[in-house]
Design a protein around this ligand. Sequence first.
Ligand code: URA
Length: 434
Amino acid sequence: MNMLDLIIKKKNGESLSKEEIGYMIQGYTAGNIPDYQMSAMLMAICFCGMDDEETTFLTMAMTDSGDRLDLSRINGIKVDKHSTGGVGDKVTLIAAPVVAALGVPVAKMSGRGLGFTGGTIDKLESIPGFRTDISEEEFIRFVNTDGISIMSQTAELAPADRLLYALRDVTGTVDSIPLIASSIMSKKIASGSDAIVLDVTVGSGAFMKTEKEARELASCMVRIGKLAGLETRALITDMDEPLGRFIGNSLEVMEAIEVLKGKGPEDTREVSLEIASQMLLAGGRAKDSDEAKALIDGCISDGRALDALCRLIKNQGGNTSVTDDTTLFKKAGIIKDLTAEDDGFVNAIHCEMVGNCVKLLGGGRQVKGEEIDPSVGLELLKKKGDPLEKGDVLARIFACDEEKLEAAEKLLSRAYVIGREKVQKGPLILGIIS
Ligand code: URA
C-alpha cells in the first residue's frame, strides 16, 4: 500500500477500505506520511466526500491512534459538549460552569481556533496564567474536587486528530462532513465521557452553510456516537451572524463572564443555556427542559455558576480576579470605530468575513503553530435587524497593528450588508437530533 495510490483513488471518487484508512492514519501519526501528501488527501476528501462506512472507519482509526482516557475514577454521568465551530461562539465558557455548578461533572477536552472560527483553548489561554496543557492526573483530580476541568488535547489522546486539525486549519480543508465528524467524534470517544451534546452550527459563520448539510453532519455524528456506546444528542443552532456582541479571545471570555453574572447579550444567553439544559438532561440531572431551565436560572442568580468558572480558572493556574476586573486581560493598543455610511437597517452580517477579520488582526493562525494575540477582536454594536442612522457606530475594532487594522477594517465594512428595509431575525435553535 502507498499513500500516492490512496490519494489518486480518493481523487477519482472511490471509497477507501478500513485497511487503507488505517494505513493512512497510522502512517501520518507516526510521521511516515508527509504533510504535503496528507494535505492532498484532505483536499480530495473535501471534494469527493466519504460514505458512512468510510467516515466510521476514519473516526475509529483516529480514536485508536492514541490512548483512551479512563474517567471511571470520576463519579456520576460525565457529560461533554462540542461545537462544530462558530464566530463569537463562547458557549462552552458558559454552559460548562453552569452544568458543573449543578453537580454534573464536566471533563472536557477542547480545541484551538480552526479556519475562521475560534477555539475554547485559545480563549481560556487569554486568561493570565491559565494552563490548558494539564496532565490527565490533574484533569481527573480537578473534576473530582471541583466538578470541572477543560484541557487541550494531550499528545496521547487522538493524536491523529491533533495533527490533522492543525493541518486542516492552514490548508483550507475544514468544511467537510466526514472530516468534521471524524475529528469531533474521535476525540470525544477517546476522552471517555458517558454522554455528549453536540452543537451543530449552520449559516455564514459555520462550516455547514445550509440546514440540510447541518442535519446531515448532526445525524452522522449521532450515529457514530451511538455506535461507540455514547449517549449522543445534537442541536442545530443558527450561526448566520456572529453569536453575541464580542468576537476575539479575551473579549469573548469577558462576555461569557457577563452571562454568568446574569447579564450579557440575549442570543449568547439563549444558545448557551439551551446547550446547558441539554447537558443536564443527558446527565440525568433534570427530567425535562422546564426543570433544567429553573435549575440554571437559580445557579446563575445565586452566583454558583460564576463560582464554578472561578474554580476552573484557579485550579488551572489562572487569575480569578479577571471575573471582577477586566483590565487584567491583555489590552489591544488601537481601538477604531467602523461607522454607517447611510441610514437604513442591518440586513445581514457576513459571519465568515467577521471571523476572518479577527484572524487578520492576529486573533487566529495563518500558519501552523503561529502565536496569536488574545487581545484583538471586534465588538459588534449593531446586529441584524437594527436600525441605523448615518454615522452610527456599527462595530469597534480592537487591534495591535496599524497595517492589520486597515486590512480588517476593509473586510469588516464588506461584512455588513445594509438595506432600506428591516429584516427579521430567525430562530436560534433550529432543531434537536437524538
Ligand atoms: N471542531 C473540531 O474539533 N473539529 C472540526 O473539524 C470542527 C470543529
